[in-house]
Design a protein around this ligand. Structure first.
Ligand code: AP5
Ligand code: MG
Length: 282
C-alpha cells in the first residue's frame, strides 16, 4: 500500500500514520520528523532547515525531495509506505510522480484529513501538553504565532494539491473532526473499498474461490499435457475481494467504477466466471 496523508498542521496526519503503521506493518515517511532529526543531529540539511522550520515556512523543495528519494530507495519501502507531510507543494508532487514512475510504483490513494481551522490551535496545545507530560522536548513551531504562519503556508502552497490529486482521481476526503478512532475506521474502510488492503473475510473468500476453481483447472491441465493447450493459471481470473464502499468517503472526491464495486462486494468479475466455466468444460 502506498498512501499520502494530506492535511493542515494538527489535522492528525502523524496520529493516523502511526495507527496505519501498527495495523499494516508498512513504514511512515514523515518529512517533518526526518527534518527534526536532521536539526537535532546538526547535519548540513538540519542546519539549513532549522530557522525555516522555526518560522513556520516550508523547507525548499529540492531538500525534501532529496530526502524522500533516498528513503524510497531503501529496501523497507518496497513493501509500501505512508507519506505524512509530503508532498506539500505542486513541484514536490510532480517530483514524487517522477520518482514513483522510475521505480515502477503506483500510488493507491491520497487521503485528505479535513479539519476546521478553529480546532487546530487546541490540538497543537494538546500535543504540547502531551509531550511535556512524557518529558519530551516540545516542538519549537508549536506556538500560536508559528501555527498561524504554518496555516498560511498550507493554504497557499499545499491546498492546491487537493485539486492536483482530485484531477488524477487519487483524492479521498475524510472528516478529520471525528474522534481519532472514527477517523482511523474511515481510513481503513476506504483502504478496503479501493482494494488497497484485504480484510480477513475477503482473503478467506478469495482463497475459497481459488480452491474451487483449482479442481476443474487441474483436470484441464492434464488434457493440456496431452496437447489441448489449456491455460495454466486460473487463480489470476479472480480479483481481490473487499468490503462495501466507505461511508466516510466524499462523493465528490472519487467514485468506484462498477467493476470495483462488484469487487468490493466480494463478487468475482462476470468475465472471469465465464472463462472458468469454459475451462471447466474443456
Ligand atoms: P510537520 O512535522 O509535517 O508538521 P505539520 O504538517 O505542521 O503537522 P503536525 O505534525 O503539526 O500535525 P499532524 O497533522 O501530524 O497532527 P498530529 O497527528 O500530530 O512539518 C513541520 C515543518 O517541517 C513544516 O512547517 C516545514 O517547515 C517542514 N516540512 C515538513 N515537511 C515538509 C515538506 N514536505 N516540504 C517543505 N517543508 C516541510 O495531531 C496533533 C494533535 O491533535 C495531537 O495531540 C493528537 O493527539 C491530536 N489529534 C489528532 N487527531 C485528532 C482527532 N481526530 N481529534 C482530536 N484530536 C486529535
Ligand atoms: Mg505530524
Amino acid at each position: 500500500m502506498r498512501l499520502i496523508l494530506l492535511g493542515p498542521p494538527g489535522s492528525g496526519k502523524g496520529t493516523q500514520a502511526q495507527r496505519l503503521v501498527q495495523r499494516y506493518g508498512i513504514i511512515q515517511l514523515s518529512t517533518g520528523e526526518m527534518l527534526r532529526a536532521a536539526v537535532a543531529a546538526q547535519t548540513p540539511v538540519g542546519l539549513k532547515a532549522k530557522d525555516i522550520m522555526a518560522s513556520g515556512a516550508l523547507v525548499p523543495d529540492e531538500i525534501v525531495v532529496g530526502i524522500i528519494s533516498d528513503r524510497l530507495d531503501q529496501p523497507d519501502a518496497a513493501k509500501g509506505f505512508i507519506l505524512d507531510g509530503f508532498p506539500r507543494t505542486v513541484p514536490q508532487a510532480e517530483a514524487l510522480d517522477e520518482l514513483l514512475k522510475r521505480k515502477h510504483m503506483r500510488l493507491d490513494a491520497v487521503i485528505e484529513l479535513r479539519v476546521n481551522e478553529s480546532a487546530l490551535l487546541q490540538r497543537v496545545e494538546t500535543r504540547v501538553a502531551e509531550m511535556r507530560a512524557r518529558g519530551e522536548e516540545v516542538r519549537i513551531d508549536d506556538t500560536q504565532e508559528v501555527l498561524t504562519k504554518r496555516l498560511a503556508s498550507y493554504r497557499q502552497l499545499t491546498e492546491p494539491l487537493i485539486h492536483y490529486y482530485s484531477e488524477r482521481r487519487k483524492l479521498l476526503t475524510v472528516d478529520g473532526m471525528m474522534t481519532i478512532e472514527h477517523v482511523t475506521r474511515e481510513i481503513n474502510r476506504i483502504l478496503t473499498a479501493i482494494g488497497a488492503v484485504e480484510t480477513k473475510g475477503a482473503k478467506a473468500a478469495a482463497a475459497k474461490r481459488t480452491a474451487k476453481a483449482a479442481k476443474p483447472a487441474a483436470k484441464t491441465s492434464k488434457s493440456a499435457a496431452k496437447g489441448a493447450g489449456a491455460p495454466k493459471k486460473t487463480a489470476k481470473a479472480y480479483p481481490k475481494a473487499g468490503k462495501p464502499a466507505a461511508k466516510g468517503m466524499k462523493k465528490s472526491s472519487r467514485r468506484l467504477p462498477a467493476s470495483s464495486k462488484a469487487r468490493a462486494a466480494g463478487k468475482p468479475r462476470k468475465a472471469a466466471k465465464k472463462v472458468t466455466k469454459k475451462r471447466a468444460k474443456a
